[in-house]
Write a protein that binds this ligand. Structure first.
Ligand SMILES: Cc1cc2nc3c(=O)[nH]c(=O)nc-3n(C[C@H](O)[C@H](O)[C@H](O)COP(=O)(O)OP(=O)(O)OC[C@H]3O[C@@H](n4cnc5c(N)ncnc54)[C@H](O)[C@@H]3O)c2cc1C
Length: 465
């Protein structure tokens, strides 16, 4: 059986779904090929025993206008901005949690950073610009701010975003905005001031930098896109779920064939454009027309594994620290990377007297935690929650869910250059191939939405000439 579409998208995560929505809106026919029986990819929200919890991402910051534009397109879903308490971020040091400074007074008095580095920061605007394009995140921060800022701000921040190692992540790939701040303005402080003074377009004004989720959980966002595609665009969009062993092949005349097995039947779809949005590790099986050797810069991409544990405690609000989350610097040698407090930040994630926590473990620095069984993970979580939040180790958990993501977050290391170059080369060599997904252009949800907008605009523009 053959089916023809304008575009085939591999993967129904946030990138694939957002791309499909924008293309469907522009009148294109779209096939979405998904290996799982469900949509949403890493975004999965569940409700159980009175707790609404995420097993993948919990929140992000509105860092580009496309995030709000996407929500505005969806009648069945509302953006939820985190409560004021989400402005407070805590860092663990020597057995206690301290707020990350948010103003001058707290910056001077915080015990997180050394006196020498606090004084050093005053000279950050006049320090020389870096010259090594492959400087690590730890390197740039140590040079401009000082080692205690690396240890008690940058390292935990990188754990929270990349579950990675700041000495290995390369700034211009992993945190391009920060890299450009130094390169353009010569300093982080001068850059932040300079950027704040730039005139703002209507789109810029939507970029509030506020912490967001979707009302009742992030699956509401991906489900709302699916609902829109299945109702408003039901004639032009087809979902192929449970699609196993997908392979793509270039045909003649700018046509692509995607072949997969669904319910035991080999099915083939043809399209003018093909958009993979899957991880680097899928490329060898997905693209047999390219040699394994050539694909290496993509297929060898390193991922951080993350174990996420959702913990719900009835009448546990007394243990709340009323903050967005707390992060554990590597120097503190804890078994958790960080803890988010969804019940402090968002409505209806738990009863008013209850506590919902999202505990993150593993990362590139602690991969051996993946060898632990559920009971061992629970024991570690109980000990950490006692040490960090004073929650008694014997307390009854009304929710305890472990989700192991072996390939959670791609690491943008020094080899990213080769990967990005290969993506450009393949797209140039194979017309109609547009490579999406978090193997390039950022790992967070706002990056994924932005990339989906860029891809759909590119396809629409290519048909206008
Ligand atoms: C534990 C965890 C915590 C995170 N926390 C945050 C956070 O707090 N904030 C934030 O902004 N981001 C966070 N992220 C990252 C965020 O989840 C991702 O940026 C985003 O969800 C990725 O969307 P995507 O569509 O690009 O990829 P995915 O969601 O991975 O979607 C890819 C889809 O492709 C499908 N697929 C894979 N292989 C094939 C194949 N061969 N054939 C067909 N289909 C295939 C998959 O099943 C999946 O549905 C987190 C991620 C994890 C894992």
């Amino acid at each position: 059986m053959k089916n023809f579409y304008d575009i085939t998208i591999i993967g129904s995560g946030l990138t694939g779904l957002t791309t499909a929505l924008n293309l469907a809106k522009a009148g294109k026919s779209v096939a979405i090929i998904e290996k799982d029986a469900y949509t949403g990819g890493q975004i999965q929200t569940y409700t159980e025993n009175g707790f609404t919890y995420e097993t993948g991402p919990n929140t992000a910051v509105i860092s580009n206008y496309e995030v709000i534009d996407l929500f505005n397109q969806l009648p069945t879903c509302e953006v939820e901005i985190a409560k004021e308490s989400a402005k407070k971020r805590l860092i663990f040091k020597n057995g206690s949690l301290y707020p990350l400074p948010s103003g001058l007074v707290s910056a001077i008095t915080t015990p997180l950073f050394s006196l020498k580095d606090k004084i050093n920061v005053l000279f950050e605007p006049i320090r020389d610009k870096g010259t090594n394009p492959d400087e690590s995140v730890a390197g740039i921060a140590a040079r401009r701010l000082g080692q205690s800022f690396v240890d008690y701000a940058v390292d935990p921040f990188i754990s929270g975003i990349y579950a990675g190692d700041p000495t290995k992540l390369v700034t211009r790939y992993a945190l391009p905005k920060l890299y450009n701040l130094e390169q353009t303005y010569g300093s982080f402080i001068k850059g932040a001031i300079g950027k704040a003074r730039l005139p703002k377009t209507e789109q810029d004004k939507l970029v509030s930098k506020k912490v967001f989720s979707a009302k009742n959980g992030l699956s509401q966002l991906t489900d709302a896109i699916v609902t829109e595609l299945k109702t408003r665009y039901s004639k032009t969009v087809t979902f192929y779920l449970n699609a196993q062993d997908a392979t793509i092949t270039p045909l003649n005349q700018n046509q692509w064939e995607t072949s997969f097995i669904q319910n035991g039947v080999r099915t083939t779809v043809e399209s003018e454009f093909i958009i993979p949005t899957t991880g680097g590790y899928t490329y060898i099986s997905l693209m047999p027309f390219i040699s394994k050797e050539r694909l290496k810069p993509i297929s060898d991409l390193i991922y951080a594994g993350v174990i996420q544990v959702s913990v719900g405690i009835r009448n546990g609000a007394t243990y709340s620290v009323n903050a967005f989350g707390s992060l554990m610097p590597g120097k503190e040698k804890r078994n958790v990377l960080g803890i988010l407090y969804p019940s402090d930040c968002f409505e209806n994630r738990a009863g008013v007297d209850d506590l919902l926590l999202s505990v993150f473990m593993g990362g590139t620095k602690n991969p051996l935690l993946f060898n632990k069984n559920d009971q061992e993970i629970e024991n570690l979580v109980r000990k950490e929650l006692f040490d960090i939040m004073n929650i008694p180790q014997s307390i009854h958990f009304d929710l305890f869910k472990i989700t192991r993501h072996e390939k959670a977050i791609p690491q943008y290391l020094a080899d990213s250059k080769e990967r990005f170059e290969l993506i450009g080369q393949l797209e140039a060599e194979y017309p109609g191939l547009i490579i999406g997904g978090n193997i390039h252009q950022g790992i967070g949800m706002p990056d994924r939405i932005k990339q989906a907008y860029l891809i759909s605009k590119r396809i629409i523009a290519s048909k206008e000439v």
